[in-house]
Each structure stands twice: as C-alpha cells, then as structure tokens.
Design a protein around this ligand. Structure first.
Ligand code: GLN
Length: 230
C-alpha cells in the first residue's frame, strides 16, 4: 500500500545502519521494521554498526540512538570510528537521525562538555544543553508540538507524546539551515526538541519507546525523498 496522501507506486530498498554501541538500539530496530511495513513501499535492510568498516556507502540511513553520550563518544574514539562516521554523515546522499544522546553527538556545540567527551561528530549547527530537563528522576512524558507540514502529514496529529529521559534540548540554532521540527512548552517558553538540517535529523526524546512509529516513518520517507532527488 502506498503511503497515505501520495500516489507513490514505486518501492524502495533501503539499507539503514544502527549504531549499536550502547542504549536503545533494539527498540529502534522494531520501530523501523514496523514503520517500513506501514509505509508499504519499503524493503528495509537493517545493519549493525559497531566498527569503522561497517560504515560504508551501502547505507542509505543511520540511526544514532539514545544512551549515554560520553560512553558512546569514548567508544567511537577508541575504535577510530569518529572520522569515518563524520565523513559518512557529511555526504548529502545519506540521512542521519540522532535521538537523545545521538542529538548531543551530532551537535556542533554542547554545554557542560566533559574533556574528550561529547560533540564527537559536530555536524549540526545547533547548541544543545545535555541534561536540559534535569537528572534521571526528571524523566517524563509530555506532548510535543509539531512544526513542519511534512512531519504533520506523517504524524497526523498536531501533537505527539514524547518520552524524555535525562533529555537534552536545543538551546540555540546556529544557522538558518536548521529547521525546527518540534517544540515542548515549558512554563512560558517553547523549548526546541527536534530539528533538521538538510539530511540530518535530531530529536531530544525517545520515539522508539512509543507505540506510534510515525517519527520512524518520517525518517524513512526522508531517505526516500533524498534518493529520489539524487
Ligand atoms: N543526557 C544524556 C547524555 O548526556 C542522554 C540521555 C539519553 O540519551 N536518554 O548522554
């Protein structure tokens, strides 16, 4: 079945890598499979990324899951994966999605940075606050507001239940190229919790822990759009 709202009949074979170092990557696998099934025109191949030679041009997309950004970045350094990943992500035929710790790793600037710690990949023109919402005890679920039309077309509702676990937030966008995808209302301010810069997406919450897999559908659709445009 083609995705609703389009006349799409083509089907696509997509190869998506999951950075399986630490954190919630298994849940992402399940959600991606479900999203591919719902889209109906995607034949999805999932690959585990644990070493530098797993980072190949065969991949169309990459998910950097939530977890602990310091631990993930130390692993990437030790295994000499930073440079190959950075090169891969920079290529505009490739779509990357970082969730939570993944958002921190993708951001060019991070507050309270540990020496030799985060901002390993430093690709998105954003400044993030690592534990914006407080410590583990301050994990919570809250409705977020979607800002982009395409995202709303996929997610259908104006809001979406975001699960935040020691979550970061984007405190500043550093380039007009960064589109705000979603915000969360906190007291009287709107906090940026999802953004996209071309082929790189980041979300502060954990969409893989929600039944609704529309963010995963959005990610797969973005890969398809990029494939079609090249
Ligand atoms: N704030 C955490 C960090 O610094 C990320 C938490 C998460 O990914 N759930 O890595």
């Amino acid at each position: 079945m083609p995705p609703s709202g389009s006349n799409e009949t083509n089907s696509y074979t997509l190869t998506v890598g999951l950075l399986e170092v630490q954190g919630a990557f298994l849940e992402h696998r399940v959600a991606l499979q479900k999203a591919a099934q719902l889209l109906g025109n995607v034949d999805l191949r999932l690959m585990e990324i644990r070493t530098a030679n797993h980072v190949t041009d065969e991949l169309d997309g990459l998910v950097i899951p939530g977890g602990e950004s310091t631990t993930i970045s130390i692993y990437l350094k030790r295994n000499e994966m930073e440079e190959p990943l950075r090169r891969w992500i920079h290529n505009d035929r490739h779509v990357t999605w970082g969730t939570c710790a993944g958002m921190i790793l993708l951001s060019k600037m991070t507050d309270n940075q540990k020496i030799g710690g985060q901002s390993t990949l430093a690709i998105m023109e954003t400044e993030v606050s690592r534990n914006y919402f407080g410590r583990q005890v301050h994990s919570f679920e809250s409705h977020i507001h979607l800002k982009e039309k395409e995202l709303k077309d996929t997610i259908k509702n104006e809001t979406y239940p975001g699960i935040f676990i020691r979550a970061p937030a984007i405190v500043k966008t550093l380039s007009p190229e960064v589109k705000i995808l979603a915000t969360l209302q906190k007291s009287d301010s709107e906090v940026i919790v999802a953004a996209q810069q071309g082929h790189v997406i980041s979300t502060a919450f954990h969409p893989e822990l929600t039944e609704d897999c529309s963010w995963h559908m959005y990610f797969l659709k973005t890969i398809i759009d990029i494939k079609k445009s090249k």
